[in-house]
Design a binder for this molecule. Sequence first.
Ligand SMILES: Cc1cc2nc3c(=O)[nH]c(=O)nc-3n(C[C@H](O)[C@H](O)[C@H](O)COP(=O)(O)OP(=O)(O)OC[C@H]3O[C@@H](n4cnc5c(N)ncnc54)[C@H](O)[C@@H]3O)c2cc1C
Length: 260
Amino acid sequence: MITIKEYVAPESLEEAYEILMSGKTNLILGGFGFIKMGSRAVNKAIDLCNLSLDYITETEDEILIGAETSLRALEINDIIRNYCGGVISQGVSNIVGVQFRNMAKVGASVFSRYGFSDLLPSLLVLDAKVRLYKGGLMNLDDFLERDFEKDILVEVILPKKKGMAVYDCIRKSTGDFPIINGAIFKGENGQYRIAIGSRPQRAKLAIKAAKALENGDDIEAVVEIIPEELHFGTNIRGSKEYREDMSKALLSRMYGKVGV
Ligand SMILES: Cc1cc2nc3c(=O)[nH]c(=O)nc-3n(C[C@H](O)[C@H](O)[C@H](O)COP(=O)(O)OP(=O)(O)OC[C@H]3O[C@@H](n4cnc5c(N)ncnc54)[C@H](O)[C@@H]3O)c2cc1C
């Protein structure tokens, strides 16, 4: 059971960060979907609802997504749906159900770096950046390599890339956690980016496999690089060997869809 001693809704990020750091059990609230599954005693639960972080906007070069944006907004927003084949919308549409996606937040989903995330593979192939209140701006792939450190994820930033991207996954049934998932991006200049997630560790870029595609190697040969380049493991959803095999099928399927 979760117990929360005090609910606070600060008026600035500075204040939110100060409260977060002022006690070991203080935490930031997203949509509360994941927190409530656990069992802990929270002193101060910090709601970012007064900080105007629920937005999806664009500039000439970038798309900006605020931390308080819901996963459902990512799924149906026109800017996101029209960006690189709607790959982000495709990915998040697999998460639980519409009611859940209306509540779960982007900031929580990215900051938590879940291995099973249906959002991270797409963000990785699109060269996303994250802005943290204390940690500042950094590439998502660097952020994913870091240890957990208390901070506030403020926004996700997508460069306006020219190209097409595809997300795909293997799961036992709709709404279940993925057994393995991934995304591929093909740029207009022939550049590829491939990310595989739910390994079951968090999503990671397959840089050698992407380079091989850029060099014109055959897809049958390129899929063999994935289990050599990335580490796979076993959990209740699938074994290491199953994931290694399925990573090849997944890449082959995504490659076929992204346009050869
Ligand atoms: C039953 C269930 C099934 C799920 N299945 C899937 C799935 O198949 N695929 C998938 O991709 N995801 C899945 N998820 C995860 C889901 O998509 C969300 O990522 C998750 O619920 C967190 O979002 P939230 O808004 O509920 O966060 P919360 O539960 O409110 O917070 C989660 C964590 O993030 C921290 N946090 C919140 N906001 C911020 C912020 N701005 N900065 C820093 N830290 C922050 C909180 O302190 C907490 O530690 C599932 C979740 C549940 C509960």
